[in-house]
Structures are given as C-alpha cells and as structure tokens.
Design a protein around this ligand. Sequence first.
Ligand SMILES: [Fe+2]
Length: 389
Amino acid sequence: MPFYLQQGHIPAKRHTVFKKYDGSLLYEELMSREGFSYVYSNLYHIHMPTQIANIGKFYSNKFESSFDKTHRPRHIRTSELVSAGDIISSRKLLFFNQDLNIYKSHVTENMSYIDCDDNFYKNGNYDELIYVQEGEGVIHTQLGDLKYHNGDYIIIPRGIVWKMSISKDTKILIIESVAPIETPQKYRNRVGQLLEHSPFCERDIHTPVLNEPINKSGKFLIKVRTDRGIQDIFYSKHPFDVVGWDGYYFPWKLNIDDFEPIVGSIHQPPPVHQVFQSKGFVVCSFVSRLFDFHPDAIPAPYPHSNVDSDEILFYSKGDFMSRKGIQSESISYHPMGIPHGPHPGKYEGSIGKKSTDELAVMVDTFKPLNIALDADECDDSEYPKSWVL
Ligand SMILES: [Fe+2]
C-alpha cells in the first residue's frame, strides 16, 4: 500500500541493536518487493524467523483445463460447486492464465493439520485478493489481525504468514496474482495519496491490528504455496512472535459497500467502476447507484467488443440489470472474439429507470483465460444461446 504504518515496538533506527526487557536481542526481518527496490516493511521477531525444523511433504498441483474446449460465452453457477474444507483444501480453480488464477471457495473449517502445534499458510508466489461473498471471521497474520465480513476485499501480499479463523461458513472468490494488487494509479497523486475523485479513500482501507507476540517453541507448520504446488515446512518457533513492524508492506481490506459509485448523465463505462489494478488484469466493483440523468439516456450497457479483454463477472447480490437467468454467485465469462451485451429486453427496459440495486465484481484480463476442469461442474451450456430473440 502506498502509505506508511507502524505497529508495536520498533527501534529508533533500523538495522541497529534492539533488545527485549530481559536484555536479549530481537531479530529484524526485511520483507521487500522487487529485490530491495520497491515497497517494504521491517518486522522485529523474538526469534530468528529462519529456524526450519524440518522440510515436510510437497503437494504438486497441476492445473487442468476443462474438457470442453469450445470458445463461447459461459455461465457458471458457482453456488452449485461442491466445495468444503479449509482455506486451502476448499479452493476450486475456475480460470487461469499467465497472470492470475481465479478460484471459488466455500470455507467450512479452520486449518487443522496433524503432527504440529499450529498451522499457517503463506503464498510464496502470488498476491491474493479475497472477495467475501458471505461469512465472518478473522485473518490472523504476522502483522496483526483483520476481521472480515460480507463484501470485504482482502488483499494479502505474498510472503506474509497467515491463517483464517471462521466464525461463520465463508464463501469467497479468490484471485492469485503474479503481480501486486494495488489501488488504481489514476486515483493516486505523485506521493500515492488517493485523489479527491477516487471512489474510495484511505479512511475506507482497514489495516491489521497487531496482537501481543507469541513466544512459543514447538512444531509449527507453514504451508507454502509455490508455483508448482504446496510445500510443508515445519519451524521450531511460532511465526507470530513479532513485537512490532513498520513500513508500506502489509495486508489490508476494503469493503465493496465503501466504494462510492461515479455516475453521469449518460452511461458510464466500466473504468469508472475500477477498484484495483495489477499486471494483466483490472478489478471493478458494480454497486447500487442512481442511473444516468440525461432525458434520453439508456442506462443499460451497449453491446461491446472489448477486443483485447476476457471478462469475468461475479454476481454477488441484487438484481443485475443487464442479464436474465443469472443468480447470486453466478459467474459470466465473455471471451475475446465474441461481442456481448444486455439480454433481450434489458436494453429497452432500462430506459427511464432511475436506479439499480446490484453488487458484482468484474475481472477483465488482458490475456485469454483457460477454463479449469472444476468450471465444467456447474456450467450452463444453454447460456450462449440466451440472446436469441
Ligand atoms: Fe462487458
């Protein structure tokens, strides 16, 4: 994030002697992007964070494409996906390309792996964006806790050790991104502050609250996501032994209800709905809003050919104004090469409407997506023909 945060206890100068009350030394860890040349935070541990006790098993994951290779619009009813388990085991891969992987996950339990005193997760290769469709709980991280609830976008940059504690079953959409997930550049000034015309500002961004450090020895499992699978690594010290940290690198969250829509006299295109940027894709939030106020405005979108984007729309809640037959948690997929637009009647029917009550998350990718095998499970094969009059 492009702002500075400080929590807990840190020394006056970085890279200097820093001691506990008992006189023992604390250990600094630098967590930084792009080598040592981009954002970073410094964490202060009770123990050296490098104390590997044992290298465990490696679980490879091979991404398998759908059996159906036809190039067509798709409607995937993700509420019907058979998904259960913890934050790792419940993930169902739906789409992937060189820049990102998109999963739906119904988290029904906390991580509980045998033969260890506690267990955690760390993504070593991707930044994660989690959209909470429904559920409640806490993301516990080395840098502090983030409570979550319906509508939260949670950004967990790679390298941070965390685990999820659910207090209610939690349905989420997950994006793993090869590049950092950031606020749109167009809404930032030269020093990174969100500009006046940004649809959200720093007050809407929630950051972790650091707890007392945990000073425990034992057998602590960190499941590390790599580009090829998951590696179990056992450490001899609890990873949440951080007494303080500071910097620009931390997990954060923003609720979709805090996204203030930008409206106009005529139809506003998707870029006004943008909420995040990354390399190879953007994320947009379609929220409840007043419609266009020109007397002859057509509020529904015009048919469009975004000739170099694949479009994913996740319908979170409400009555999506341009589509029929779509239900909550549906995903529509519109690939390059095929124009798309409102369903029959929705274009004409939108004229004169004053507002829309909808909540949807859009992911536009700049490289074609592969459809994953799990997407076949709840594919609506009649969808491509649903525009015929
Ligand atoms: Fe579109």
